[in-house]
Design a protein. Sequence first.
Length: 115
Amino acid sequence: MTLEFEQLDRNLVVKLKGELDHHSAEIVREKIDRSIDRGGIKNLIFDCSKMDFMDSSGLGVMMGRFKKLKSMGGQVVISGINPNIDRVFKLSGIYKIISKYENLEKAIEKLGEGK
């Protein structure tokens, strides 16, 4: 799993590439939390367009970031989901609390500048 971070005003975009599973979940969580904890972040966008696989550990990472940002008055959204990952998300029920968008541009448009 590789991560790319981009801060757009108060939105943090995390581009996930590869597999988010029990082998990588803790490292991914720590890196994302460090970026959030530096301050100035209100919303988080997970760009999953290059993610190949995710298991329950990956869902846990996303849920944990949702809880963290919700407590700070922000939100988490997901974009660019392939059909296999979408199936995992649907089965988990994550779409009940985290919105999904077709692509990163639409997610950024929805969140605006994160104000």
